[in-house]
Ligand binder design. Sequence first.
Ligand SMILES: Cc1cc2nc3c(=O)[nH]c(=O)nc-3n(C[C@H](O)[C@H](O)[C@H](O)COP(=O)(O)OP(=O)(O)OC[C@H]3O[C@@H](n4cnc5c(N)ncnc54)[C@H](O)[C@@H]3O)c2cc1C
Length: 272
Amino acid sequence: MPITVKTFASTGEAATALSSDRAARYLGGGTLVMRALNEGDISISTIVRASDHALRRIEAAGPRVTIGAAVTFATILAERELAFLHAAARSIGGPAVRNMGTVGGNLFAPNPFGDFTVALLALDATVALQGGFGARDVPIEEFLQGRERQAGSVVISISCQRPTSTEAFRYRKVTRIKPKGGSVITVAAHVPISSGRVVGARVALGSMAPTPIRARAAERALEGRPLDSSSIAAAASAVTEGTSPVDDALGSAWYRRELAGVHLRRLLSGQE
Ligand SMILES: Cc1cc2nc3c(=O)[nH]c(=O)nc-3n(C[C@H](O)[C@H](O)[C@H](O)COP(=O)(O)OP(=O)(O)OC[C@H]3O[C@@H](n4cnc5c(N)ncnc54)[C@H](O)[C@@H]3O)c2cc1C
């Protein structure tokens, strides 16, 4: 089937084209869209692109970091100011995928993908969206809950607060194949410490629900307590509450439930 490719200078025009055609798909780095097309996905008849430079911009000098949706993982790995996101970027695919795959595309990636999004969810990121009728900022959790409905919008950028210290933000992806491979589970935790206690705990999980989700029971177990073996054990035993893990070739839902607590405990204890 012939595919029409429409390239626009602005994200506004791209969003209008996207929202007026159900068979149109936005093209980021194309690691998933091009694979779908090559596999003969007939639900896509139009590819929409935007050449706006804002999509490739990184603002990382201050305490709040903004990353354009078209920024690739290879670019993130080359940016020293984004060192706190390097573990998450490095965990994605191999070099070819990291060279093409984008932060914006990762927000839409189905399981077992979406690893970078797990990190962004733990960091309480905000997604800047351009729809056919205007722009708006959406908390990433809300964005993920309504992800299917966002199909007619273009993600412009993602922003988040830089963690206050290296220990405050932790990320771990569990795979069967190293150094790359699909996620069995992915865990990210933001645990800032103030006066010896965790303040503003956020724990995010990948492959434990249809989209990355927060582990709120684990967050509650950590909040206001010292980050010690007792609070970590409480968080680890609560981490699967509210989850609906994926059952796929990489691991059963049962196995993922068993692993989540083990890896959250290791992550928070600073173990390899
Ligand atoms: C071999 C291989 C290995 C992989 N390994 C991993 C991995 O380890 N971890 C992981 O997380 N992912 C992995 N992926 C999946 C994928 O490469 C990444 O999730 C990547 O971030 C997707 O970004 P993209 O720009 O290539 O998306 P695209 O393929 O361009 O798009 C994916 C979806 O996002 C939408 N989209 C993209 N950009 C925007 C935007 N700015 N606004 C609105 N919608 C947009 C598209 O319309 C489409 O629906 C892998 C893929 C392959 C092929």
